[in-house]
Ligand binder design. Structure first.
Ligand code: HEM
Length: 409
């Protein structure tokens, strides 16, 4: 990795410096399998740096992350939350009508969704999630040696999430679609191309699954189509939002639960705190996604030439917001690399985004994780790491591939 702290080009009429260049590829296998040295380097180089390889700006600092995510007027989401500008010829794809849409268009859709995803609706799922978590925890303890990803996090999410979102999610299809969407958000590298190829046989299935007639009864997906019938959404929005829920809600939650299991297995003191008080399960999850953030980067695009933290930014340029790095910014966090389930970080960390587009499914993710981790803490005496965990390399998702664990009562 080499860094060049030389200015590249000064936009006309600005006396401010431009962000320094950094010649690191965050989408290389090396960085994807361990992004933390890159995060440190990016944060320490400057508040904003320019990745010379891609011609995009990036930030890994907490303060700048908050500013950008809260200012759609200067930093639009409508050019796509991935590295490519989806408005440009050859890059076009149908935008996510919620996430890749600025106010006022976003406000109306989000308002209706907020009513649908009310705390009362979410609470109704609790009983079901708890019952499933109890069955799961018993089975896992019986198995004793498990892969924390396939056998625990993934199996549990694939059991409870389809009923909520309304889309039947067979494992092979669901994993291929998830990998495709998070890889597609990154550059057209080998990971991107291979994931699109692997998902091709399932695209028809996916298209059918997010239609009205496929919705599972009693689900939020069904409620979206009912809202569309009442004229609260324009035609086509319900299906588009269902897609956003499947893409945004499945792999991210699996990753977050996987990271919680990994840290609890690594740190017997934290496990002991959780066992002594299983109501800390929510904190264990929240801290896991601060410590290792699944959705670790999303992009915005400058709407005009502007200034940020003393740097001149060009118009119409992508800016990557590395919330995974902001969540470890020592300017904001004490001892940021320490996993500490007693930290009170809900609403403070950036793992669920911030501002206009902050994650609308966060209560669901929290509820899933909390039920599962609490059920395990109430039954298991120990959780131990039995080998090196492996990361799954995906362009815009930080997640585990294998997590060998021994969980004993
Ligand atoms: C641990 C689990 C999750 C993580 C880490 C996560 C992360 C995020 C992040 C970082 C954003 C903001 C992206 C941006 O600003 O560019 C976001 C937005 C969103 N998430 Fe999540 N998410 C999770 C679970 C879920 C679930 C369970 C659902 C659906 C049921 C969901 C649906 C969405 C949607 C629809 C948005 C867009 C909101 C908007 O634009 O107003 N997410 N999520």
């Amino acid at each position: 990795m080499s860094a060049v702290a030389e200015p590249h080009r000064v936009p006309s009429r600005s006396s401010l410096p431009v962000p320094p260049d950094l010649d690191i590829d965050p989408y290389s296998n090396e960085v994807l399998s361990n992004p933390y040295p890159f995060f440190d380097r990016m944060r320490e180089t400057a508040a904003i740096v320019r990745l010379s390889r891609y011609g995009v700006y990036v930030t890994g600092r907490y303060e700048e992350t908050k500013i950008i995510l809260n200012d759609h007027d200067r930093f639009t989401a409508s050019a796509g939350i991935g590295i490519a500008d989806i408005r440009k010829p050859g890059k076009f794809r149908i935008p996510n009508r919620l996430l890749e849409n600025d106010p006022p268009g976003h406000t109306a859709i989000r308002g209706t969704l907020t009513k649908i995803l009310s705390p009362i609706v979410i609470r109704r799922w609790r009983e079901h999630f708890e019952a499933e978590a109890a069955v799961f925890a018993d089975r896992i303890i019986e198995m004793k040696d498990v892969n924390g990803v396939d056998d625990v996090a993934e199996a549990y999410v694939l059991k409870v999430f389809p009923g909520v979102v309304g889309v039947d999610l067979p494992r092979t299809e669901a994993l291929a679609i998830g990998e495709m969407s998070f890889n597609q958000a990154g550059p057209e590298n080998e990971l991107h191309v291979a994931a699109v190829r692997r998902a091709e046989p399932y695209l028809d299935w996916y298209e059918r699954s997010v239609q009205r007639e496929a919705m599972l009864p009693g689900s939020i997906g069904e409620m979206l189509f009912e809202a569309e019938d009442r004229g609260e959404f324009e035609p086509g929005i319900a299906s588009n939002i269902c897609r956003a829920f499947v893409r945004g809600g499945m792999d991210t939650t699996v990753a977050g639960i996987g990271f919680a299991l990994l840290q609890l297995a690594r740190d017997p003191d934290q496990w002991a705190i959780l066992r002594a008080d299983p109501s800390k399960a929510r904190g264990a999850f929240e801290e896991a996604i601060r410590h290792e953030s699944p959705s670790y980067v999303n992009y915005r695009t400058t709407t005009r030439a502007t200034e940020l933290s003393g740097f001149a930014l060009e118009a119409d340029t992508k800016i990557g917001i590395f919330s995974g790095a902001a969540n470890r910014d020592p300017r904001f966090w004490d001892n940021p690399t320490k996993y500490d389930i007693t930290r009170d970080t809900a609403g403070i960390h950036m793992a669920f985004g911030f501002g206009t587009h902050s994650c609308i499914g966060q209560m669901i993710a929290r509820l899933e994780a909390e039920c599962l981790l609490r059920a395990l803490a109430m039954r298991a005496k120990s959780i131990r790491l039995m080998g090196e965990p492996r990361y799954r390399l995906i362009n815009q998702l930080h997640t585990l591939d294998t997590l060998p664990l021994r969980i004993e009562a």
